[in-house]
Design a protein around this ligand. Sequence first.
Ligand code: GUN
Length: 290
Amino acid sequence: MSATVIDGKALAAEVRSRIGTEVAALREEHGIQPGLAAVIVGEDPASQVYVGMKHRASETAGMRSEQHVLPADTSQEALEALVAQLNADDAVDGILVQLPLPDHLDPRPVQELIDPAKDVDALNPYTAGRLAVGDPTFLSCTPYGVLEILEHAGVDTAGADIVVVGRSNLVGRPLSVMLTLKGRDATVTLAHSRTRDLGEVCRRADVLVAAVGRIGLITADMVRPGATVIDVGTNRAADGSLVGDVVFDEVAEVAGAITPVPGGVGPMTVTMLLQNTLEAARERRGLPRR
Ligand code: GUN
């Protein structure tokens, strides 16, 4: 293997420790304890795992964490009523409604209802719009984690050719916008399922981000030698193990640096949720973000 393996777990531990210190200082100096409320509807096992991780991580960082578990047959009205209640609760700084919701529920009005000042998951269209006009409030957690990883890995994004594969609202689309903001200044290509000759497009990349959710999507022949490869995919293999979108073993022979799955982007997603909750708590009380 020639690539440097980027240790997202170690970076996450470092950032979480810094967040924990800032939370302790906020409590001591201002009597403020940041609070995160997570809402989960139904019993999707992956969602339960994710929300459990968010809950434990926020408590470990010294935050207040509440989980609202609603039955799978919850009505749209009941879910929206809960979000309205959390909007009105001053002890709640951040609200997260875990996706996916059961099929009978429409996530969009729920996301639009979340108070933008508490939108730590950054899925309210207002929050997305602020990012799109270059004046972001909160950055969605996974793309924010990717930015932190690139910075930590010493990747200079200015003028770099960055190819993001996958145009989801959760990852690909917001990440492509973040990378083009002033200060990051990348030349971004947002590739997707209709992209012609994906391999040729990917081979142009100084930084290649895979965020589709398909096992085996990125193979070694699609990677420019020395490129940085960020694997956002979290897929369950037939044997139950967690695998990314990148064929790790062969791509690691070509890439300059690569994130593994697990232990790459995943731990940073949860970490940046904590960061957003801390920022929300400060801002809601008129304190500067940092
Ligand atoms: N489901 C998978 N990832 C996420 C996320 O970042 N936020 C929410 N709300 N749901 C998700």
